[in-house]
Design a protein around this ligand. Structure first.
Ligand SMILES: [Zn+2]
Length: 306
């Protein structure tokens, strides 16, 4: 492994590191240390967002950091001269750990790859019994099946777009409704006596016509009628993050519009597969759905994160 670097006085030296028996090069002027990779919190809960930090050693400044965790691309931002940070997601059902890989690009020259194993804390979930309309309990009709596939394709494309967009959020982040949680993220759902799925969003109480706010600043990505989710609004917050608001009675924004945190984007409704009006709120990192409340905690200053 050969690295070249600039030391004080702008003398360029080449250091041969990790090559036993190689004593032909000059004595190292400085001790090179690998960048330090850490994450907050130390063992993120499954189904939550967390932060990954890459701290360069003072003598080997970095030009940039790239990587992936649990199969999702990471988007590192420079926090200061030596610190880079990205959001990441621990998927639900991730097991005891997720794998992450990093490629650091040195300011002087060259790049290097690292891997980390990030421990994950298991989540705790409820089970919920639901009665649904027979239409949704039976296999879908060919027409419904075709629409389901179109809806899924739109959602997948939204994830790809979020990964390709630079950060759109600012410091403001909030719950889209100031109301009680009526169904938690990750809860098991029993439809017609069978456990059929997990609840991959957060249900917030609301009456038809109540206002739904944008949780963070972003670009309006989708305004659609979906079969199961009803009238939806998807916001692209960039750097892999998106949020979605389901079952709306009205959508108050248009595709391409820039919205700020707290802006009214829709009204609570009961469209799609629902038993009554409420807001189903979704937050995803790429394709990975997370507990939407972790969007609020991941944006806190590092020393006040739970
Ligand atoms: Zn829901």
């Amino acid at each position: 492994m050969i690295r070249s670097l600039l030391v004080a006085g702008a003398v360029v030296v080449c250091l041969a590191l990790g090559l036993p028996g190689d004593e032909t090069g000059p004595a190292p002027a400085v001790v090179l240390m690998d960048p330090q990779i850490s994450w907050v919190p130390e063992a993120p809960a499954e189904g939550t967002l967390f932060r990954i930090r890459v701290q360069a050693s003072p003598h080997t400044p970095l030009l940039g950091v790239h990587g992936a965790a649990a199969g999702e691309e990471l988007h590192f931002r420079r926090i200061d001269d030596q610190l880079f940070e990205s959001f990441a997601a621990a998927p639900i059902g991730a097991g005891p750990a997720i794998d992450a890989e990093f490629r650091v690009v040195y300011e002087a020259e060259g790049e290097e790859s690292f891997t980390s194993t990030i421990p994950v804390t298991p989540g705790v979930y409820d089970h919920e019994e639901l009665r649904v309309a027979p239409r949704f309990g039976a296999p879908p009709s060919p027409e419904d099946q075709a629409q389901l596939e179109r809806d899924r394709a739109s959602a997948r494309k939204a994830s790809q777009t979020a990964h390709r967009t630079s950060p759109r959020w600012d410091v403001d982040v909030m719950m889209p409704r100031d109301s009680r949680v009526t169904s938690g993220f990750g809860d098991g759902r029993v439809f017609n006596g069978r456990v059929s799925s997990r609840h991959m969003g957060l249900d917030l109480r609301g009456a038809r016509g109540d206002t739904v706010l944008a949780a963070a600043a972003g670009d309006v990505l989708l305004v659609e009628p979906f079969l199961l989710a009803g009238n939806v609004v998807y916001l692209n917050h960039g750097a892999g993050l998106l949020s979605a608001y389901f079952h709306l009675s009205e959508q108050l924004v248009e595709v391409g519009e820039r919205v700020s945190a707290g802006q009214a984007i829709g009204l609570v409704g009961a469209t799609g597969r629902v038993t009554g009006p409420h807001l189903h709120w979704v937050v995803r990192y790429g394709r990975t759905s997370v507990d939407p409340r972790s969007l609020l905690t991941v944006m806190l200053p590092v020393d006040s994160m739970p």
